[in-house]
Ligand binder design. Structure first.
Ligand code: AHR
Length: 499
């Protein structure tokens, strides 16, 4: 296979918003409990935050954190997680017991300790409505002098949390969601909630729920109806997407980025159609606030059952990621970058233990999954940069799900330090690809290429072998006559820095 990327510095796609490197912490399984929070762990600080996890979160380079759900938020009473009384509650989304030992204050302190990362808070529009959203906003953001803001101060936070970005519910199109609604019902509720929240603070950034996946039966119609109800009152519409192989069809799985790309294009078109119909000059962006590989039909994702069985922090959704998964994951990131003009926020779902790049053992060590590396390297090289207009040609191959697809997918970024970063995947199951990058005029002093690939694409990192899979220098990379030439092995992801 062959592919060629041409970089023309005169044409850029858009500046990359830092929020593109966001992640997601849900009260689900062991993401919070024994993930980021484990009082008594050898590395835990006085607040019970695991320092080993904080170190890995910093290394990963995540920015905004979406919290506290996910499906969890649609039954959540935020008041349970603040103050001295922490009632134990049923979590219907994940059939677990929520102890509420960790709540809004703990999350804000944890983010401060990680490095001042932004909190993106979701309100419950499943079992609750406008008043509870207003209460949470008053509690979190009003400096003082009212019942709820003074309650926050009594609970230890003198200064308001100053949360700017708010999700108006979660996946309200999904029949599995507590308080699932039709597009009309949700659109009206979201519009009323947005208007009410803006009476408290007109400068908030609000995210309205789009579809839970590109494949939902209501996809398209949902966005159209919801956006027509809410358009001028919101700043983002959400997209969620998870990918897994079906029936062993690895070729289609490796081309998952094709579906994400079409999803973003379809939602962008729907946004533009709503703006046109409403004659609005307001720009609504996409918040791709859940994306990942997720083996949702496999054993680790089976929720507990039984009226007497509501475990605390069970092992749920603890997928172990292979090199294959990391290559698909890296391609999803490439796809998000290619749409940096429309996708202004994204959250990798999730951060620790639950379909996560970081794994922990209670009382024991933490380690990086294969997916950690594409995220960390992309964040390290591209954050703050500008994406060049994608100009790539590639040989193609056939897939059962998406027809003929480009064998190589790539994107180029003008990094803030003046270097050039290129990210590329070879989606072929068995063929290497010769990849050429036509560089802009100018001197090149350094070339560094790192590739994630193993002869066994199912290789993964485990508690016993935490460093079995790491990216390696790609020795095939060379520069001749203003072009970079590099060989991309089959099922591989590569980051190239040209200084
Ligand atoms: O991230 C896991 C779950 O996936 C979230 O709770 C939900 O929003 C989505 O269906």
């Amino acid at each position: 296979a062959q592919a060629r990327l041409t970089i023309d510095p005169a044409f850029t796609q858009g500046r990359i918003d830092d929020r593109l490197f966001g992640s997601f912490v849900e009260h689900l399984g062991r993401c919070v409990y024994t993930g980021i929070y484990e009082p008594g762990h050898p590395t835990a600080d006085a607040d019970g935050f695991r320092q080993d996890v904080i170190d890995l979160v910093r290394e990963l380079g995540v920015t905004t954190i979406r919290y506290p759900g996910g499906n969890f938020v649609s039954g959540y009473r935020w008041e349970d997680g603040v103050g001295p009384e922490r009632p134990r509650r049923l979590d219907l989304a994940w059939h677990s017991t929520e102890t509420n030992r960790f709540g809004l204050h703990e999350m804000a302190s944890w983010l401060d300790k990680v490095g001042g990362n932004e909190l993106m808070e979701a309100v419950n529009l499943g079992t609750r409505g406008v008043q509870e959203a207003l209460d949470l906003l008053e509690y979190a953001n009003v400096p003082g002098g009212t019942a709820l803001s003074e309650r926050r101060r009594r609970n230890g936070a003198d200064e308001p949390f100053g949360i700017r970005m708010w999700c108006l519910g979660n996946e309200m199109d999904g029949p599995w969601q507590l308080g699932h609604k039709t597009a009309h019902e949700y659109g009206r509720l979201a519009a009323m909630t947005a208007a009410a929240m803006r009476q408290v603070d007109p400068d908030l950034e609000l995210v309205v729920c789009g579809s839970s996946s590109h494949g939902m039966d209501t996809f398209g119609q949902w966005e159209r109806t919801v956006l027509e109800e809410t358009y001028d009152a919101v700043d983002f519409v959400s997209c969620h997407a998870y990918y897994q192989p079906s029936d062993g069809d690895l070729a289609s799985f490796l081309a998952s980025g094709v579906d994400m790309d079409a999803f973003i294009r379809d939602v962008s078109a729907t946004i533009d159609a709503a703006a046109a119909r409403l004659r609005s000059s307001h720009r609504v962006a996409i918040s791709f606030d859940e994306w990942n590989v997720w083996y949702m039909d496999a054993e680790p994702s089976k929720t507990p059952e039984g009226i007497g069985n509501w475990p605390v922090a069970p092992r749920l959704l603890e997928d172990r990621y292979s090199v294959l998964d990391a290559v698909v994951f890296g391609d999803l990131l490439i796809t998000l970058l290619k749409h940096a003009d429309r996708v202004r926020s994204a959250s990798l779902a999730q951060l620790v233990n639950v379909i996560a790049p970081i794994m922990t053992e209670p009382g024991g060590p933490s380690w990086r999954q294969t997916t950690f590396y594409p995220f960390a390297l992309t964040a390290q090289l591209a954050k703050g940069g500008t994406v060049y207009e994608p100009k790539q040609t590639s040989s193609t191959h056939d897939t059962a799900k998406y027809g003929a697809v480009d064998t190589v997918d790539s994107v180029a970024v003008n990094a803030p330090d003046g270097s050039l970063a290129v990210f590329a995947v070879n989606r072929s199951v068995d063929e290497p690809a010769e990849f050429t990058i036509r560089l802009p005029e100018g001197d090149v002093s350094s070339l560094d290429a790192r590739t994630l690939h193993e002869d066994d694409p199912m290789a993964s990192n485990t508690l016993e072998h935490p460093d079995a899979v790491v990216p390696h220098a790609n020795a095939s990379a060379r520069i001749t006559d203003g072009e970079v030439h590099i060989t991309l092995p089959p099922v591989s992801w590569t980051a190239i820095r040209i200084g």
